[in-house]
Design a binder for this molecule. Structure first.
Ligand code: SF4
Length: 140
């Protein structure tokens, strides 16, 4: 029997989890405030996964880089390989949040998506829309 301590990263509560392993089999999880913590502990101890975030260069953009992330988690053992593939992306402006910049990174069935807008160079970045009601309230 082996005991492992983990911090659940599924939500901001950060529950401290105690996992009892019997070889590669998880026999008990305690300390979790909800079922998701138990599922996280089981995955983390058997097949850990992570969301990747990074930036890639943009050609012709108002900004030189665009932030990106994997739309879902990828296997932890493929992180280095995924990062290498992501850093070979050649993105061109304009880019919208959610645009897929790389499909199926490292055969994981996970896409890499933009997490910010990058307008073409020389165009104005979109500013948040202000509703008329908001405007009239601020003028009072
Ligand atoms: S166990 Fe549940 S409540 Fe606790 S951190 Fe994980 S997701 Fe949040």
């Amino acid at each position: 029997m082996e005991e492992r301590k983990l911090t659940c990263i599924v939500c901001p509560m950060g529950c401290q989890l105690n996992v009892t392993l019997n070889g590669n089999t998880i026999s008990r999880v305690t300390g979790n405030g909800c079922k998701r913590g138990s599922a996280y502990a089981r995955e983390e101890c058997t097949a850990p996964r992570r969301v990747l975030t990074t930036t890639v260069p943009v050609a012709g953009g108002a900004f030189p880089l665009v932030s990106v992330k994997t739309e879902r988690t990828v296997p932890k053992e493929k992180i280095r390989q995924c990062m290498e593939e992501i850093h070979h992306i050649h993105a061109s402006a304009p880019i919208r949040i959610g645009d897929v910049l790389l499909e199926n990174v490292c055969d994981t069935n996970v896409h890499v998506v933009a997490t910010r807008n990058v307008p073409a160079a020389g165009t104005k970045a979109e500013s948040p829309k202000v509703r008329n009601e908001d405007r009239s309230e601020s003028m009072q």
